[in-house]
Design a protein around this ligand. Structure first.
Ligand SMILES: C[S@@+](CC[C@H](N)C(=O)[O-])C[C@H]1O[C@@H](n2cnc3c(N)ncnc32)[C@H](O)[C@@H]1O
Length: 139
């Protein structure tokens, strides 16, 4: 297998400290979080603007990487699913995906609305949402 080497590009500061503080999906909160981009990656922010919709990919450092199946949302009344068929934070590579609103950019600090990551979560990538590429087709 080819080597996979992911490095953090930034870190989340958020009001969510513990499991139970954070909503299941970022869309369910209006809370603001900050993402501090490491200075060596600040040039990669060129082209982002306040008001943009952006995808945040975090490394969920508090996940259980041994989990392969779970009840969605931890709700035991729902049929168990493989983690590749769910949005469980627990998975072999705990990469999370959240579409957020970019509220403010101040140098290397982004303020975003709608992120459900715990305070101190590493950020591993950011990509812009694109109507051209991200709306599913009909087939
Ligand atoms: C269900 S996951 C969804 C994440 C993302 N929107 C996705 O679909 O990939 C969100 C939950 O992960 C948990 N979480 C947040 N930050 C985490 C971290 N750093 N490590 C492990 N779990 C985390 C919180 O309990 C939060 O409610």
């Amino acid at each position: 297998m080819a080597e996979t080497n992911i490095i953090p590009v930034g870190m989340v500061s958020s009001p969510f400290k513990e499991r139970g503080d954070a909503p299941r999906q970022g869309r369910l909160t209006d809370e603001l979080s900050k993402i501090t981009i490491c200075p060596e990656f600040a040039d990669a922010l060129l082209g982002l603007s306040e008001g943009d919709d952006i995808f945040i990919f975090c490394w969920f450092n508090r996940s259980d990487r041994s989990v392969l199946q779970a009840h969605p949302g931890g709700d035991e009344t729902r049929p168990i699913k493989g983690v590749f068929a769910s949005r469980s934070p627990n998975r072999p590579n705990p990469v999370s995906l959240t579409l957020v609103k970019l509220v403010k950019i101040e140098r290397n600090i982004l303020t975003v609305r709608g992120l459900e990551a715990f305070d101190g979560t590493p950020v591993v990538d950011i990509k812009p949402y694109s109507e051209e590429f991200d709306i599913p087709g009909t087939e």
